[in-house]
Design a protein around this ligand. Structure first.
Ligand code: HEM
Length: 417
């Protein structure tokens, strides 16, 4: 029996859409950390594909799973929900591989992501953010998701990958559809149509770029991938495409999600925003706090390659395991008052993964982009205020706001917070 206000953990299915309509179910996660930190949710259809999964909710356990790739493999599928994304595409991405193949391909990508390589994009990011914010001039209200975050992240990753600006929109739509599979408004097409209608033109566009860079190399990401060699091997066309989709997906929604969650938190916590206005050097710490409290990806999955034990629970070979970052990042054993948004906390966190082979490749790019976005938005619109209820994308994977309506400038009388 469950007590009032708490879930019945025997029957709880952590991935039920009903729990995720207003973002991650933080109260449920807090209960799980307290009462059952490694929890089994049974599947609905009881088919082998839907046999259920383990939820790992405490930071130490997430860390243990993330580091042990030999027991907890990424190669089956890195998501728990049945999304219908074609398996050959998922398996072609190195995020869905184990060593040694994973390490080989990741190292080819890594050279474009060194802090030095990323620092070279700073001027472009400043220009893109400045231009998008300039575009708000004369407006009283806007939606920070659609009017700021989306065009900025699409152009930043687009310029990083060497895309023409007119391709930003179709790529962003395709990626939003791929990642927003739980949400019929974000993804009205359904996965079958995505596979037949969206993916083929993405592949064509990517291959056109590959052909162009083979003939006319530049210093962009695609040129790096086309010519990268390890022990005489180069990437196949499909490996390049899968890697391309992976970077476009990872670079689009994650940064958009974190920026909009950070802005929402700042608008809801005027004292914290005032600290940033008084001392912009606090912005990087504020970004880390937003990453901690609102991790853009709610989970990544592993699959047990052998029987094991985790938090006293018997894990069987073949079991699915979800590492829930919205939970581990609020683990009371690591953070005092974990639900409090505090721009001076400067926390370590697991938003980029919890260590191990699959640790996020894009941290330097994401941090730079987020810092510029938050700093510029707060500086240019010091009296911005919420202008309506933010709404969430309903997804157990891509944890982000769908809309964040704001008033750009407010007067004291108008209730600027
Ligand atoms: C706020 C922004 C971001 C967040 C929260 C984030 C989060 C994550 C997480 C949690 C993982 C670990 C996956 C796992 O353990 O299985 C990951 C992996 C990855 N991320 Fe990010 N990411 C962000 C931005 C980016 C950007 C901007 C890029 C590149 C353009 C990127 C590229 C990747 C790649 C390629 C991997 C796979 C690494 C591997 O499998 O070895 N990410 N990210």
């Amino acid at each position: 029996m469950s007590t009032p206000g708490s879930a019945d953990l025997q029957t709880l299915r952590v991935a039920d859409n009903a729990l995720w309509e207003a973002g991650p179910p933080h109260a449920v996660f807090a209960q799980l950390r307290r009462e059952c930190p490694v929890h089994w949710s049974s599947g609905i259809s009881q088919t082998p594909e839907d046999a259920g999964f383990w939820s790992v909710t405490r930071a130490d356990d997430v860390h243990a799973v993330s580091r042990d790739w030999e027991t907890y493999s990424s190669a089956e599928n890195f998501l728990i929900t049945d999304h219908g994304v074609p398996m050959d595409l998922l398996k072609g991405m190195f995020i869905g591989m184990d060593p040694p193949m994973h390490d080989r391909i990741k190292s080819l990508f890594q050279r474009a992501f060194t802090p030095k390589a990323i620092a070279q994009h700073e001027a472009a990011i400043l220009e893109i953010v400045g231009r998008v914010l300039d575009g708000l001039e004369g407006r009283e209200e806007c939606d920070l998701v659609l009017d700021v975050a989306q065009p900025v992240v699409a152009r930043v990753i687009g310029s990083f990958m060497g895309l023409d600006p007119e391709d930003d929109k179709p790529w962003a739509e395709a990626i939003n559809s791929l990642l927003g599979f739980g949400d019929p408004i974000i993804n009205p097409l359904g996965m079958e149509q995505i596979v037949t209608e969206l993916i083929p033109p993405m592949y064509e566009k990517c291959m056109a770029l590959v052909a162009d860079r083979r003939a006319n190399p530049t210093d962009d990401m695609v040129s790096t991938l086309v010519f990268a060699e390890i022990d005489g091997d180069v990437l196949s066309d499909y490996e390049i495409f899968a890697g391309f989709v992976l970077l476009m997906a990872a670079g689009n929604d994650s940064t958009k999600a974190t920026y909009t969650s950070a802005m929402r938190a700042l608008l809801e916590h005027p004292d914290e925003r005032a600290k940033l206005l008084a001392d912009p050097a606090l912005v990087p710490g504020a970004v880390e706090e937003a990453l901690r409290m609102f991790p853009a990806f709610a989970h990544f999955r592993r699959t047990a390659t052998r029987d094991a034990e985790l938090g006293g629970c018997p894990i069987r070979k073949g079991d699915k395991i979800a590492m829930w970052y919205p939970s581990s990042n609020r683990d009371e054993d690591r953070y005092a008052d974990p639900d409090r948004f505090d721009v001076t906390r400067n926390p370590e966190h697991q938003a980029f993964g919890a260590g191990g082979r699959h640790f996020c490749l894009g941290t330097a790019l994401a941090r730079l982009e987020l810092q510029v976005l938050v700093a510029e938005t707060v500086r240019r619109f010091p009296t911005m205020a919420l202008a309506g209820e933010p709404t969430w994308v309903v997804s157990q994977f891509s944890s982000q706001l769908k809309h964040l309506p704001v008033r750009l400038a407010t007067t004291n009388e108008g209730g600027a917070s």
